[in-house]
Design a protein around this ligand. Structure first.
Ligand code: ADP
Ligand code: MG
Length: 241
């Protein structure tokens, strides 16, 4: 069997005695997109912050490529997890050009970095804006640069938290499709958080359906849509847009 890029088992987290994440298990296979889907407030962002290592869990384990990242005893620091992040409010650096933004997380040989930045700007269709500054770009263009920046260090797993929610309705579908295309081309495994069933249906290879701190169902979008675990899950999918 393939070793998952990311494997979460029985994650649990309480804030001041109130359990926010009660039982989250999910996995992301190499080159695939898993969507963590659930209504607002169900604990999705908390789960992602724990995986990123900026929040600690009370119990449960996280493995990346079969290696233990944290389990309540062991905890590898965030910068050593080889995890890429793309959050809605994770803005570009305003004082850096597009090229400098994408190169920001890269270390090592200058030539290799320059090549990597060029390659990514081409992939996201932003080559001719290489010297522009964020304020000179549209929302969609900034989004493309943010994707290139997150992908630049070739993270083993990319975490995306509602990355499209700041975009115009008109733009959103196109950017989703473009993003998916780039992610597939790069072969990056992704855990994408969303509260929109339509987005999960469009983007996911696998969905982990979450409610009240618990992953209640996991499976291919088609299977979950056609055979929801219970009435509440069915209701959640009924208002797909
Ligand atoms: P989602 O991303 O699914 O909307 P969140 O993970 O952001 O949900 O939040 C789940 C619940 O946890 C919310 O009720 C939120 O208020 C609470 N919460 C999140 N972070 C903290 C924190 N640092 N301290 C206390 N409560 C928190
Ligand atoms: Mg959230």
């Amino acid at each position: 069997m393939t070793t998952p890029r990311l494997e979460i088992r029985n994650l649990r987290k309480a804030f001041a005695g109130r359990e926010v994440v009660s039982d989250v298990s999910l996995s992301v296979l190499p080159g695939q997109v898993t969507c963590l889907l659930g209504p607002s407030g169900c604990g999705k962002s908390t789960t992602l912050r724990i995986i990123a290592g900026v929040e600690s869990q009370d119990s449960g384990s996280i493995h990346v490529d079969g290696q233990l990242v944290c389990d309540g005893l062991v905890s590898i620091p965030p910068e050593s997890r080889s995890i890429g992040l793309m959050f809605q409010d994770f803005a570009l650096f305003p004082h850096l050009s597009v090229t400098q933004n994408v190169a920001f997380g890269l270390h090592g040989a200058k030539k290799a970095n320059t090549d990597r930045v060029s390659e990514l700007l081409a992939k996201v269709g932003m080559s001719r804006h290489a010297d522009a500054y964020p304020h000179e770009l549209s929302g969609g263009e900034q989004q493309r640069v943010a994707l290139a920046r997150a992908l630049a260090p070739k993270p083993r797993i990319m975490l995306m938290d509602e990355p499209f929610s700041g975009l115009d309705d008109r733009l959103r579908d196109d950017i989703r499709d473009e993003t998916l295309e780039v992610l597939k081309e790069e072969g990056t495994a992704v855990l994408l958080v969303t509260h929109e069933p339509g987005e999960a249906m469009r983007m996911a290879d696998e969905i982990a359906l979450m409610r009240g701190g618990v992953v209640v169902q996991r499976g291919a979008p088609y299977n979950i849509y056609n055979a929801p675990a219970d009435r509440e899950a069915a209701g959640f999918f009924s208002d797909i847009n």
